[in-house]
Design a binder for this molecule. Structure first.
Ligand code: 2AM
Ligand code: CA
Length: 266
């Protein structure tokens, strides 16, 4: 894929993420219709509305492309030369309770034998009007409001004792136990530990050097795809806890996101 094609994917990812963010923000102050779709797993009417708006816009521009979306939609084609991996609202628990930490995550990916290669990505935080975006080999940027986009870079922190570590708890009991065991150790060795509630935005913050690491033991592809490219294009790495390449799996993926300089020894 040439640079013009990559930039076109990035542009569409950005436009659709910002438009969906505006919709989510408009719906923010209205009463939410909230459903429980799984154990400790919520979906709201805003998730469905944002996803529908995003997928309709992308389908009109790229009729041959496929989709992998968090919210089920049997009308969407699953295969194509490019797969759009979309989380219409990442941080739904926060959103449903009016905690202003959530984002829209959109990635255009090349399907591979095992998993996906993100080509272009956008993550939009509508409460702060922060647009993170990247294209493969072209770097990553953060645009705040109407200001010019600026290149993002991971932090230079290279010792655990100075590191701000971000994480999320996961919904399952066994993953929470594992995270608690990790935190029991890291809490004493690190500067501090934050739980964010939106994996995609926390990973974008690693890309922007705001936090040094993010750990999650059960992420889905739509939580990871866009942020993976942002982190890589900002000089960081997304691996398993042991530092191996991540294993794409819709059932759940373990991810250690870091600035590439820290050795956590976990
Ligand atoms: P979501 O808000 O889009 O559902 C916070 O714990 C992070 O984990 C969020 O990014 C959230 O995404 C994700 N998450 C929530 N429930 C999950 C589940 N059952 N499996 C995997 N990830 C989940
Ligand atoms: Ca979601």
């Amino acid at each position: 894929m040439n640079i013009d094609e990559l930039n076109q994917l990035r542009q569409v990812a950005c436009e659709t993420a910002v438009a969906a963010g505006k919709l989510a923000r408009e719906m923010w102050s209205q009463p939410r219709h909230i459903q429980q779709k799984g154990f400790r797993d919520l979906v709201t009417d805003a998730d469905f509305a944002a996803q529908h708006q995003i997928t309709q816009t992308i389908r009109a521009k790229f009729p041959t492309h496929g989709f992998l979306t968090e919210e089920e939609d049997s009308e969407l084609p699953e295969s194509g030369p490019v797969i759009w991996i979309i989380d219409p609202i990442d941080g739904t628990t926060n959103y449903s309770r009016n905690v202003p930490e959530f984002c829209i995550s959109i990635a255009a990916c090349m399907p591979q034998a095992e998993g996906y290669q993100p080509l272009a990505a956008a993550i939009y935080d509508p409460m702060r009007q922060e647009l993170f975006s990247a294209a493969k080999g072209q770097g990553a940027t953060l645009q705040i409001g109407d200001a010019s986009p600026r290149a993002t870079a991971v932090s230079t922190v290279d010792s655990t004792e100075n590191a701000v570590l971000a994480l999320d708890w996961s919904s399952s009991a066994d993953k929470r136990t594992s995270i608690l065991e990790l935190v029991a150790e890291l809490m004493h060795n690190s500067f501090t530990v934050r739980a964010i509630g939106t994996a995609a935005l926390a990973m974008a913050w690693v890309a922007a050097g705001r936090v040094d690491t993010y750990i999650n033991l059960r992420l889905r592809p739509w939580d990871v795809a866009a942020a993976l490219l942002l982190v890589q294009e900002s000089g960081g790495a997304v691996t398993t806890l042991k530092g191996n390449p991540i294993v794409w799996d819709v059932a759940g993926m373990t991810c250690l996101v870091s600035n590439g300089r820290l050795q956590l020894n976990i």
